[in-house]
Design a binder for this molecule. Sequence first.
Ligand SMILES: [Zn+2]
Length: 140
Amino acid sequence: MTIFITLILTGLTIVFVAYPLFRRSSQADYAVEPEKLRELSSNRDTTYSMLKELEFDFQSGILTEDDYRDLEARYKGKAISILKNIDNAKGDAEVEEEIEDEIEKQVSKLRQSKGQFCSQCGARREKDARFCSHCGTRLG
Ligand SMILES: [Zn+2]
């Protein structure tokens, strides 16, 4: 019986701990770009300050020149890949905006042309026509 209760408590604890993680990831889906950008920006800042510290360590003789060059190259590579990711993330956001604009344009076009097309075959309706010139459907 005690084991059973322990198991339930353990299960509840896992759910309790894991639930916010799942919740967080599902929320992140709605705001992936800003969060991703924020994370990338803070990674970039960290890498930059690491580079500065590295230079300081080298100048104060903590690191040998070889160590310094090696670490510097690594951090610079990291910084570059972060910058590329930032560009990609920004690019995605811009593309999404463009697509939204395009959809909005299409929707407003459709709204303007509402009633100008035959409901049956989709042919353009002649002004003041009572029947579709294409399929003969009576137009309202
Ligand atoms: Zn028609």
